[in-house]
Design a protein around this ligand. Structure first.
Ligand SMILES: [Zn+2]
Length: 444
């Protein structure tokens, strides 16, 4: 089909900030990555809204916005307003693996979030963090014994981080080594596209961000050691990749220190927008019909005019009225100590969603200032909380690296552009459905 066809290897580091890699490079911790920088381009990249991995990787996998791919958050509402955790079976746009199958290209995927249950593709699919039992996460199942031999885990148990941080840190290294082993094994198979997703970076940042710059922390050295190991792996990878192989690396969002968890449902309750039928709310069905709004994490707000919709009496102005009132209330939310504003911006759904599933999206999306992690429990939690998690996602500090090419940085690269760029790197024509742009500049 195209004589400039190239293989492509994608290495994704979940939640690794552009600025953190720069810090690691300045400290000389990543010599192999430093070598790659001399052979390619490295840029800061924007993520998706809301900035959460399931939305980010669904956008990456399809190259379209949530109103087309249908993944709006880590949790969502089904047709009966029950809470669900959406996965690959909820994807409504064509994914990269489907495009590759159509083009008779063999693809190998290790650990991509959202790719669960594993689609039966031409190649290998090992599901990422939405998977539960390894047995149900592997296509083809013949790979299971090899994965077990590699000591493979889908995701280290995050509850361990709350009870035994040292043990959890060890698990991160163990999981990374297992992914390295299975990658080196599968590199010997035939493939056209190969993606390894490292989740350990995101977990490290959520639970050990406080150790990053604190040399007195018992986890300070391990924090950076994980990046050293990733760099050693990059070195091995470069030496093994075939000469007709392109290389792209990326993260899906950045990270910053978490000051407070802010529960928007608690705030909506305090400000009179939300009521529950009884004290022990667990499901959306426990939301009182007279509530005007509720939230799902992170920062997604739904106007609730349900009781009246059935009577056909909800007018557009009534809907807009609630949106305006909720937005104004959110923008008034302040840090109890510093009195700093917590919400930077409230975006209307039509600004970010366009496509057949737009009506499933939130009516408003609140974007916080760095440090305020937006939660949305249904059980009447406190407005402000602090947990074992001390790092949170940021929108504007993801990274992108492409070997042997320059990256066009005007306008700033965004995650949704990566999909088109992948087609371009492989010498495939870019499907017209994709919303992002090919970011490749001249060869270097
Ligand atoms: Zn995360």
């Amino acid at each position: 089909m195209n004589h400039n066809r190239l293989k492509l290897f994608v290495l994704s580091l979940d939640g690794t900030p552009y600025t953190l890699l720069q810090q690691a490079l300045q400290q000389g911790l990543m010599p192999h990555f430093a070598q790659l920088l001399r052979e390619g381009s490295f840029a800061q990249m924007d993520s998706v809204i809301p900035t959460i991995s399931s939305v980010a990787w669904a956008t990456f996998a399809t190259g379209v916005n949530p109103a087309k791919h249908n993944i709006f958050g880590f949790v969502d509402r089904d047709q009966n307003a029950q809470l669900i955790i959406p996965n690959a079976s909820n994807l409504r746009a064509k994914s990269l693996w489907e495009y590759f199958d159509e083009n008779k290209l063999r693809s190998i995927w290790i650990n991509l979030p959202i790719a669960y249950p594993p689609p039966k593709i031409n190649g290998v699919m090992i599901s990422g963090f939405l998977g539960t039992e390894l047995e149900n996460c592997v296509h083809p199942p013949e790979l299971l014994p090899i994965l077990k031999k590699c000591d493979y885990v889908i995701d280290p148990d995050p509850w361990l981080a709350r009870t035994d941080r040292a043990a959890f840190m060890k698990e991160l290294f163990r999981a990374l080594q297992a992914r390295r082993k299975i990658t080196l094994h599968l590199l010997n198979e035939p493939w056209d596209f190969f993606m390894l997703h490292v989740m350990e970076t995101d977990r490290l940042h959520h639970f050990f961000w406080d150790a990053k710059d604190d040399s007195r922390s018992p986890f300070h050295n391990s924090f950076w050691e994980l990046y050293r190991e990733i760099d050693q792996f990059i070195g091995e990878l470069i030496s093994m990749l075939p000469s007709d192989c392109a290389l792209l690396m990326l993260s899906d969002h950045g990270f910053c220190a978490l000051k407070r968890e802010v529960d928007l449902n608690a705030y909506l309750q305090q400000t009179g927008f939300l009521r529950y039928k009884n004290g022990q709310a667990q499901e959306l069905s426990d939301v009182h019909p007279h509530s005007r709004a509720y939230s799902l994490l992170p920062g997604r707000l739904f106007v609730n005019l349900k009781g009246r919709e059935s009577q056909g009496s909800v007018s557009f102005s009534e809907y807009e009225g609630v949106r305006t009132e909720v937005s104004e209330a959110l923008l008034e939310l302040k840090d109890p100590e510093t009195r700093a504003s917590i919400i930077k911006q409230v975006v209307k759904r039509e600004k970010i969603y366009s496509g057949p599933h737009a009506d499933r999206g939130a009516d408003l999306i609140a974007i916080p200032y760095d440090g305020y992690d937006l939660k949305a429990r249904l059980n009447g939690a406190q407005l402000f909380n602090k947990s074992a998690i001390n790092g949170m996602h940021t929108f504007d500090d993801a990274f992108l690296y492409v070997r042997h090419h320059s990256i066009q940085t005007m306008p700033k690269p965004a995650l949704i552009d990566v999909t088109s760029t992948i087609f371009a790197l492989m010498g495939l024509s870019i499907p017209k459905e994709l919303e992002g742009r090919n970011m490749l500049g001249a060869n270097t």
